[in-house]
Design a protein around this ligand. Structure first.
Ligand code: MN
Ligand code: MN
Length: 436
Protein backbone atom coordinates (compact mmCIF):
# COMPACT_ATOMS: atom_id res chain seq x y z
CA UNK A 1 0.00 0.00 0.00
CA UNK A 2 1.32 3.46 -0.89
CA UNK A 3 2.25 5.68 2.05
CA UNK A 4 -0.32 8.35 1.13
CA UNK A 5 -3.12 5.78 1.25
CA UNK A 6 -1.83 4.19 4.46
CA UNK A 7 -1.55 7.59 6.14
CA UNK A 8 -4.99 8.57 4.85
CA UNK A 9 -6.62 5.41 6.22
CA UNK A 10 -4.96 6.01 9.60
CA UNK A 11 -6.07 9.66 9.56
CA UNK A 12 -9.77 8.99 8.93
CA UNK A 13 -9.77 6.01 11.30
CA UNK A 14 -8.50 8.12 14.19
CA UNK A 15 -10.11 11.48 13.39
CA UNK A 16 -13.89 11.38 13.15
CA UNK A 17 -14.85 14.87 14.38
CA UNK A 18 -13.84 18.39 13.33
CA UNK A 19 -11.94 18.86 16.59
CA UNK A 20 -10.01 15.63 16.14
CA UNK A 21 -9.15 16.61 12.56
CA UNK A 22 -8.01 20.09 13.64
CA UNK A 23 -5.81 18.69 16.40
CA UNK A 24 -4.24 16.06 14.13
CA UNK A 25 -3.73 18.58 11.30
CA UNK A 26 -2.07 21.08 13.64
CA UNK A 27 0.22 18.32 14.91
CA UNK A 28 1.19 17.30 11.36
CA UNK A 29 1.81 20.95 10.43
CA UNK A 30 3.99 21.59 13.49
CA UNK A 31 6.13 18.60 12.56
CA UNK A 32 6.76 20.36 9.24
CA UNK A 33 7.76 23.63 10.91
CA UNK A 34 4.42 25.46 10.95
CA UNK A 35 4.03 27.81 13.91
CA UNK A 36 0.91 29.24 15.52
CA UNK A 37 0.09 32.58 13.87
CA UNK A 38 -0.63 34.05 17.33
CA UNK A 39 2.96 33.31 18.40
CA UNK A 40 4.48 35.18 15.45
CA UNK A 41 4.75 38.98 15.25
CA UNK A 42 6.11 39.32 11.71
CA UNK A 43 6.08 37.23 8.57
CA UNK A 44 8.30 36.96 5.49
CA UNK A 45 8.56 34.74 2.41
CA UNK A 46 8.98 31.08 3.31
CA UNK A 47 7.36 31.39 6.73
CA UNK A 48 4.76 28.78 7.67
CA UNK A 49 1.94 29.49 10.09
CA UNK A 50 -1.47 28.19 11.05
CA UNK A 51 -4.36 29.21 13.24
CA UNK A 52 -7.44 27.44 14.52
CA UNK A 53 -10.98 28.76 14.95
CA UNK A 54 -12.68 27.42 18.08
CA UNK A 55 -10.70 24.20 17.54
CA UNK A 56 -13.11 23.27 14.72
CA UNK A 57 -11.56 24.89 11.68
CA UNK A 58 -7.89 25.39 10.82
CA UNK A 59 -6.22 27.68 8.28
CA UNK A 60 -2.58 27.27 7.25
CA UNK A 61 -0.33 29.60 5.25
CA UNK A 62 3.00 29.28 3.56
CA UNK A 63 4.12 32.79 2.66
CA UNK A 64 5.16 33.16 -0.98
CA UNK A 65 7.97 35.20 -2.46
CA UNK A 66 5.48 37.37 -4.38
CA UNK A 67 3.45 40.25 -2.87
CA UNK A 68 0.44 38.70 -1.13
CA UNK A 69 -1.79 41.37 -2.78
CA UNK A 70 -1.33 39.46 -6.04
CA UNK A 71 -3.36 36.67 -4.45
CA UNK A 72 -2.96 33.29 -2.81
CA UNK A 73 -3.46 29.74 -4.04
CA UNK A 74 -6.00 28.32 -1.64
CA UNK A 75 -7.04 24.72 -1.02
CA UNK A 76 -10.31 24.65 0.92
CA UNK A 77 -11.98 21.50 2.18
CA UNK A 78 -14.35 20.64 5.00
CA UNK A 79 -13.75 18.40 7.99
CA UNK A 80 -17.31 18.02 9.28
CA UNK A 81 -19.27 14.96 8.16
CA UNK A 82 -22.87 13.79 8.56
CA UNK A 83 -23.42 12.15 11.96
CA UNK A 84 -25.64 12.10 15.03
CA UNK A 85 -25.06 14.57 17.88
CA UNK A 86 -26.03 13.89 21.48
CA UNK A 87 -28.85 16.11 22.71
CA UNK A 88 -28.24 18.38 25.72
CA UNK A 89 -30.16 16.05 28.03
CA UNK A 90 -29.37 12.76 26.32
CA UNK A 91 -29.62 9.99 28.91
CA UNK A 92 -32.98 8.35 29.56
CA UNK A 93 -34.32 4.96 30.46
CA UNK A 94 -37.36 3.29 28.93
CA UNK A 95 -38.76 -0.10 29.92
CA UNK A 96 -35.43 -1.43 31.11
CA UNK A 97 -33.15 -0.05 28.38
CA UNK A 98 -30.93 3.01 28.81
CA UNK A 99 -30.65 5.25 25.75
CA UNK A 100 -28.66 8.29 24.61
CA UNK A 101 -30.97 10.64 22.72
CA UNK A 102 -29.53 12.15 19.50
CA UNK A 103 -30.22 14.85 16.91
CA UNK A 104 -28.77 14.20 13.46
CA UNK A 105 -26.38 16.58 11.67
CA UNK A 106 -26.19 16.98 7.90
CA UNK A 107 -27.92 15.01 5.16
CA UNK A 108 -28.32 11.42 6.25
CA UNK A 109 -30.50 8.51 5.19
CA UNK A 110 -31.67 7.68 8.67
CA UNK A 111 -32.23 3.98 8.02
CA UNK A 112 -28.50 3.56 7.34
CA UNK A 113 -27.61 4.33 10.96
CA UNK A 114 -29.33 1.42 12.67
CA UNK A 115 -27.89 -1.97 13.70
CA UNK A 116 -24.20 -1.42 13.34
CA UNK A 117 -21.52 -0.42 15.88
CA UNK A 118 -21.38 3.27 16.73
CA UNK A 119 -18.90 5.24 18.84
CA UNK A 120 -19.03 8.53 20.76
CA UNK A 121 -16.34 11.13 20.04
CA UNK A 122 -16.38 14.57 21.57
CA UNK A 123 -15.68 16.99 24.35
CA UNK A 124 -17.35 17.95 27.59
CA UNK A 125 -16.67 21.23 29.39
CA UNK A 126 -17.28 21.36 33.11
CA UNK A 127 -18.49 24.59 34.73
CA UNK A 128 -14.94 25.39 35.85
CA UNK A 129 -13.87 25.41 32.19
CA UNK A 130 -11.95 22.14 32.41
CA UNK A 131 -12.32 19.91 29.40
CA UNK A 132 -12.87 16.19 29.05
CA UNK A 133 -12.05 14.45 25.78
CA UNK A 134 -14.38 11.55 25.15
CA UNK A 135 -13.88 8.55 22.87
CA UNK A 136 -16.16 5.67 23.79
CA UNK A 137 -17.13 2.48 22.00
CA UNK A 138 -14.24 2.41 19.51
CA UNK A 139 -12.11 -0.60 18.59
CA UNK A 140 -9.83 0.04 21.57
CA UNK A 141 -12.74 -0.46 23.99
CA UNK A 142 -14.33 -3.82 24.69
CA UNK A 143 -17.82 -2.36 24.16
CA UNK A 144 -19.60 -0.25 21.55
CA UNK A 145 -23.03 1.34 20.98
CA UNK A 146 -25.80 0.74 18.44
CA UNK A 147 -29.30 1.81 17.42
CA UNK A 148 -31.88 -0.96 17.26
CA UNK A 149 -34.47 -1.68 14.54
CA UNK A 150 -37.73 -3.63 14.36
CA UNK A 151 -37.42 -7.34 13.58
CA UNK A 152 -38.82 -8.23 10.10
CA UNK A 153 -41.37 -10.62 11.64
CA UNK A 154 -43.42 -7.72 13.02
CA UNK A 155 -42.36 -4.93 10.68
CA UNK A 156 -45.21 -5.09 8.15
CA UNK A 157 -46.33 -1.54 8.98
CA UNK A 158 -42.77 -0.18 8.92
CA UNK A 159 -42.10 -1.89 5.58
CA UNK A 160 -45.01 0.00 3.98
CA UNK A 161 -43.46 3.38 4.85
CA UNK A 162 -41.15 5.35 2.58
CA UNK A 163 -37.43 5.21 3.38
CA UNK A 164 -37.56 8.78 4.73
CA UNK A 165 -40.14 7.74 7.36
CA UNK A 166 -38.75 4.27 7.98
CA UNK A 167 -36.73 5.33 11.03
CA UNK A 168 -37.97 8.62 12.56
CA UNK A 169 -35.15 11.00 13.53
CA UNK A 170 -36.42 11.01 17.09
CA UNK A 171 -35.91 7.25 17.28
CA UNK A 172 -32.21 7.39 16.38
CA UNK A 173 -31.27 6.75 20.01
CA UNK A 174 -28.27 4.77 21.12
CA UNK A 175 -28.70 1.66 23.20
CA UNK A 176 -26.32 2.24 26.10
CA UNK A 177 -27.23 -0.11 28.97
CA UNK A 178 -29.84 -2.19 30.74
CA UNK A 179 -31.78 -2.02 33.97
CA UNK A 180 -31.89 -5.62 35.12
CA UNK A 181 -33.40 -4.78 38.53
CA UNK A 182 -36.58 -3.17 39.78
CA UNK A 183 -35.21 0.21 40.86
CA UNK A 184 -36.73 3.06 38.81
CA UNK A 185 -34.06 4.52 36.50
CA UNK A 186 -31.54 2.07 38.02
CA UNK A 187 -29.94 1.49 34.61
CA UNK A 188 -29.61 5.22 33.92
CA UNK A 189 -28.01 5.75 37.34
CA UNK A 190 -25.53 2.93 36.68
CA UNK A 191 -24.55 4.42 33.30
CA UNK A 192 -24.11 7.89 34.85
CA UNK A 193 -22.00 6.33 37.64
CA UNK A 194 -19.62 4.91 35.04
CA UNK A 195 -19.29 8.31 33.34
CA UNK A 196 -18.59 9.88 36.75
CA UNK A 197 -15.95 7.29 37.60
CA UNK A 198 -14.31 7.22 34.18
CA UNK A 199 -14.49 10.91 33.26
CA UNK A 200 -15.48 12.75 36.43
CA UNK A 201 -18.54 14.19 34.69
CA UNK A 202 -22.07 14.73 36.00
CA UNK A 203 -25.30 14.45 34.03
CA UNK A 204 -25.53 18.26 33.87
CA UNK A 205 -22.17 18.41 32.12
CA UNK A 206 -23.90 17.13 28.96
CA UNK A 207 -25.40 20.64 28.81
CA UNK A 208 -21.96 21.95 27.83
CA UNK A 209 -20.82 19.03 25.70
CA UNK A 210 -20.28 18.39 22.01
CA UNK A 211 -20.47 14.66 21.51
CA UNK A 212 -20.80 13.14 18.06
CA UNK A 213 -22.03 9.65 17.29
CA UNK A 214 -20.05 8.13 14.43
CA UNK A 215 -19.54 4.65 12.99
CA UNK A 216 -17.11 2.66 15.15
CA UNK A 217 -14.03 1.01 13.73
CA UNK A 218 -11.29 1.63 11.23
CA UNK A 219 -11.40 2.46 7.56
CA UNK A 220 -10.06 -0.28 5.27
CA UNK A 221 -9.04 -1.06 1.75
CA UNK A 222 -12.00 -2.39 -0.20
CA UNK A 223 -12.05 -5.10 -2.82
CA UNK A 224 -9.76 -8.00 -3.76
CA UNK A 225 -7.40 -5.64 -5.57
CA UNK A 226 -7.30 -3.24 -2.64
CA UNK A 227 -8.00 -0.44 -5.11
CA UNK A 228 -10.69 1.30 -3.04
CA UNK A 229 -11.10 2.64 0.49
CA UNK A 230 -14.18 2.17 2.64
CA UNK A 231 -14.57 4.33 5.72
CA UNK A 232 -16.55 6.97 7.56
CA UNK A 233 -16.33 10.69 6.80
CA UNK A 234 -14.52 10.55 3.46
CA UNK A 235 -16.79 13.47 2.47
CA UNK A 236 -14.74 15.54 2.90
CA UNK A 237 -11.76 14.31 4.85
CA UNK A 238 -10.47 12.68 1.66
CA UNK A 239 -9.97 16.17 0.20
CA UNK A 240 -8.97 17.65 3.58
CA UNK A 241 -6.22 15.11 4.16
CA UNK A 242 -4.87 15.31 0.61
CA UNK A 243 -5.01 19.14 0.66
CA UNK A 244 -3.09 19.28 3.92
CA UNK A 245 -0.64 16.61 2.78
CA UNK A 246 -0.07 18.53 -0.47
CA UNK A 247 0.64 21.77 1.40
CA UNK A 248 2.97 20.09 3.90
CA UNK A 249 5.00 18.58 1.03
CA UNK A 250 5.24 21.94 -0.76
CA UNK A 251 8.19 24.32 -0.36
CA UNK A 252 9.32 27.53 -2.00
CA UNK A 253 6.04 28.90 -3.35
CA UNK A 254 5.80 32.10 -5.35
CA UNK A 255 2.15 32.84 -4.55
CA UNK A 256 1.28 32.43 -0.89
CA UNK A 257 -0.16 28.96 -0.32
CA UNK A 258 -3.16 28.56 1.97
CA UNK A 259 -5.11 25.55 3.16
CA UNK A 260 -8.48 25.93 4.87
CA UNK A 261 -10.07 22.96 6.61
CA UNK A 262 -13.46 24.16 7.69
CA UNK A 263 -16.37 23.09 9.85
CA UNK A 264 -20.14 23.27 9.17
CA UNK A 265 -20.19 22.66 5.40
CA UNK A 266 -22.76 19.90 5.83
CA UNK A 267 -25.27 22.33 7.35
CA UNK A 268 -24.67 25.20 4.93
CA UNK A 269 -21.32 26.60 6.17
CA UNK A 270 -23.11 28.51 8.92
CA UNK A 271 -21.74 29.69 12.25
CA UNK A 272 -18.44 31.16 13.41
CA UNK A 273 -16.49 28.10 12.24
CA UNK A 274 -18.13 27.81 8.81
CA UNK A 275 -17.02 29.38 5.52
CA UNK A 276 -20.03 31.70 5.46
CA UNK A 277 -18.37 33.81 8.17
CA UNK A 278 -15.58 36.38 8.32
CA UNK A 279 -13.08 33.79 9.52
CA UNK A 280 -10.96 33.70 6.33
CA UNK A 281 -11.05 37.48 5.90
CA UNK A 282 -10.13 38.09 9.55
CA UNK A 283 -7.20 35.71 9.47
CA UNK A 284 -5.91 36.98 6.14
CA UNK A 285 -5.99 40.45 7.75
CA UNK A 286 -3.82 39.09 10.58
CA UNK A 287 -1.36 37.70 8.02
CA UNK A 288 -1.28 40.94 6.00
CA UNK A 289 -0.68 42.89 9.21
CA UNK A 290 2.30 40.67 10.08
CA UNK A 291 3.76 41.15 6.59
CA UNK A 292 3.99 44.91 7.35
CA UNK A 293 2.20 48.02 6.07
CA UNK A 294 -1.33 46.82 6.80
CA UNK A 295 -4.26 48.23 4.89
CA UNK A 296 -7.82 47.10 4.28
CA UNK A 297 -7.23 47.44 0.55
CA UNK A 298 -4.36 44.95 0.73
CA UNK A 299 -6.64 42.38 2.36
CA UNK A 300 -9.28 42.90 -0.31
CA UNK A 301 -6.73 42.64 -3.13
CA UNK A 302 -5.23 39.51 -1.63
CA UNK A 303 -8.63 37.79 -1.45
CA UNK A 304 -9.91 39.02 -4.80
CA UNK A 305 -6.75 37.97 -6.65
CA UNK A 306 -6.66 34.51 -5.12
CA UNK A 307 -7.23 31.20 -6.85
CA UNK A 308 -9.01 28.49 -4.96
CA UNK A 309 -9.80 24.82 -5.34
CA UNK A 310 -12.92 24.16 -3.33
CA UNK A 311 -11.72 20.65 -2.59
CA UNK A 312 -14.88 18.69 -2.12
CA UNK A 313 -16.06 15.29 -3.18
CA UNK A 314 -18.18 14.47 -6.21
CA UNK A 315 -20.84 11.81 -6.59
CA UNK A 316 -19.30 8.81 -8.40
CA UNK A 317 -21.15 7.18 -11.28
CA UNK A 318 -23.10 4.28 -9.78
CA UNK A 319 -23.49 1.37 -12.25
CA UNK A 320 -26.47 0.09 -10.24
CA UNK A 321 -28.35 3.37 -10.71
CA UNK A 322 -27.43 4.52 -14.19
CA UNK A 323 -30.80 6.22 -14.69
CA UNK A 324 -29.66 8.96 -12.26
CA UNK A 325 -26.51 9.87 -14.17
CA UNK A 326 -25.56 11.44 -17.47
CA UNK A 327 -22.75 8.96 -18.08
CA UNK A 328 -20.75 11.31 -20.31
CA UNK A 329 -20.74 14.07 -17.69
CA UNK A 330 -20.29 11.99 -14.55
CA UNK A 331 -17.15 11.06 -12.66
CA UNK A 332 -16.00 7.45 -12.41
CA UNK A 333 -14.19 5.86 -9.50
CA UNK A 334 -10.54 5.34 -10.37
CA UNK A 335 -10.38 7.91 -13.18
CA UNK A 336 -8.67 10.72 -11.29
CA UNK A 337 -9.45 13.99 -9.54
CA UNK A 338 -12.75 15.63 -10.55
CA UNK A 339 -13.33 19.25 -11.49
CA UNK A 340 -16.96 20.28 -11.14
CA UNK A 341 -17.84 23.52 -12.92
CA UNK A 342 -21.38 23.65 -11.58
CA UNK A 343 -22.32 22.62 -8.12
CA UNK A 344 -25.77 23.63 -6.90
CA UNK A 345 -28.93 21.88 -7.93
CA UNK A 346 -31.35 21.73 -10.86
CA UNK A 347 -31.11 25.15 -12.58
CA UNK A 348 -27.74 25.55 -10.81
CA UNK A 349 -29.38 27.10 -7.77
CA UNK A 350 -26.69 27.83 -5.19
CA UNK A 351 -23.93 27.22 -7.73
CA UNK A 352 -20.55 28.82 -7.91
CA UNK A 353 -20.02 28.72 -11.65
CA UNK A 354 -16.29 28.47 -12.38
CA UNK A 355 -15.04 30.85 -15.06
CA UNK A 356 -13.76 29.21 -18.25
CA UNK A 357 -10.66 31.47 -18.17
CA UNK A 358 -9.75 29.91 -14.83
CA UNK A 359 -10.56 26.38 -15.99
CA UNK A 360 -8.29 26.83 -19.01
CA UNK A 361 -5.47 27.87 -16.68
CA UNK A 362 -6.06 24.79 -14.53
CA UNK A 363 -6.12 22.50 -17.58
CA UNK A 364 -2.68 23.79 -18.54
CA UNK A 365 -1.42 23.44 -14.98
CA UNK A 366 -2.65 19.82 -14.76
CA UNK A 367 -1.23 18.95 -18.17
CA UNK A 368 2.18 20.40 -17.26
CA UNK A 369 2.17 18.39 -14.01
CA UNK A 370 0.96 15.24 -15.81
CA UNK A 371 -2.16 14.98 -13.64
CA UNK A 372 -5.13 13.35 -15.36
CA UNK A 373 -8.50 14.74 -14.33
CA UNK A 374 -12.21 14.30 -14.97
CA UNK A 375 -14.71 17.07 -15.57
CA UNK A 376 -18.12 16.16 -14.19
CA UNK A 377 -21.39 17.17 -12.65
CA UNK A 378 -23.02 15.42 -9.71
CA UNK A 379 -25.76 13.61 -11.64
CA UNK A 380 -28.56 14.24 -14.16
CA UNK A 381 -29.68 17.86 -14.06
CA UNK A 382 -33.16 17.28 -12.65
CA UNK A 383 -32.34 14.72 -9.97
CA UNK A 384 -31.05 17.11 -7.32
CA UNK A 385 -27.69 18.46 -6.25
CA UNK A 386 -25.87 20.15 -3.42
CA UNK A 387 -23.71 23.08 -2.45
CA UNK A 388 -20.10 23.42 -1.37
CA UNK A 389 -17.94 26.16 0.15
CA UNK A 390 -17.07 27.48 -3.34
CA UNK A 391 -19.71 30.22 -3.34
CA UNK A 392 -18.48 31.65 -0.03
CA UNK A 393 -14.98 31.99 -1.48
CA UNK A 394 -16.35 33.44 -4.71
CA UNK A 395 -17.98 36.14 -2.57
CA UNK A 396 -14.55 37.80 -2.30
CA UNK A 397 -14.21 37.84 -6.07
CA UNK A 398 -11.63 35.09 -6.24
CA UNK A 399 -11.51 32.42 -8.95
CA UNK A 400 -12.75 29.13 -7.57
CA UNK A 401 -13.78 25.69 -8.79
CA UNK A 402 -14.79 22.50 -7.01
CA UNK A 403 -12.09 19.87 -7.29
CA UNK A 404 -12.07 16.60 -5.43
CA UNK A 405 -12.43 12.86 -5.21
CA UNK A 406 -15.38 10.77 -6.45
CA UNK A 407 -17.33 9.01 -3.73
CA UNK A 408 -19.73 6.09 -4.00
CA UNK A 409 -22.47 5.96 -1.32
CA UNK A 410 -21.67 9.54 -0.27
CA UNK A 411 -23.06 10.51 3.17
CA UNK A 412 -23.53 6.85 4.15
CA UNK A 413 -21.88 5.68 7.38
CA UNK A 414 -19.26 3.97 5.20
CA UNK A 415 -18.32 5.73 1.97
CA UNK A 416 -16.26 4.34 -0.90
CA UNK A 417 -13.40 6.06 -2.76
CA UNK A 418 -10.62 4.92 -5.08
CA UNK A 419 -6.96 4.84 -4.02
CA UNK A 420 -5.97 6.09 -7.50
CA UNK A 421 -8.25 9.11 -7.12
CA UNK A 422 -6.86 9.93 -3.66
CA UNK A 423 -3.33 10.03 -5.05
CA UNK A 424 -4.57 11.96 -8.09
CA UNK A 425 -6.23 14.60 -5.86
CA UNK A 426 -3.03 15.06 -3.90
CA UNK A 427 -0.99 15.41 -7.12
CA UNK A 428 -3.55 17.93 -8.41
CA UNK A 429 -3.39 19.98 -5.21
CA UNK A 430 0.41 19.99 -5.22
CA UNK A 431 0.50 21.19 -8.82
CA UNK A 432 -2.14 23.85 -8.07
CA UNK A 433 -0.20 25.29 -5.13
CA UNK A 434 2.62 26.16 -7.54
CA UNK A 435 0.33 27.55 -10.27
CA UNK A 436 1.23 31.13 -11.19
MN1 MN B 1 -18.65 17.69 0.95
MN1 MN C 1 -21.43 16.30 2.05
Amino acid sequence: MKNTIKDYISFISANKTERECVKASAGMAEEKGYKRLEDVTSLKAGDKVYTTIYDKSIILFQIGSEDICRGMNILGAHIDSPRLDLKMKPVYESNGIVYFNTHYYGGIKKYQWVTHPLAMHGVVFRKDGSRIDVVLGEDGDDFTFAISDILPHIAQDQMKKTAAEFIPGEDLDLVAGLNTGDEKDGGKKAVLDILREKYGMEEDDFLSAEIEIVPAGRAKLLGLRGDMVIGYGQDDRVCSFTSLDALLETEGVKRTACCILTDKEEVGSTGATGMNSLMLENIVAEVVERLGGYSDLKVRRCLQNSYMLSSDVNSALDPLNMDLYDAGNSSRLGHGVVFNKYTGSRGKSGASDANPEFIAKLRKCMEDADVGFQMAEMAKVDVGGGGTIAKFAAFYGMQVIDAGVSVLSMHAPFEITSTYDIQSAKDCYKAFLKME
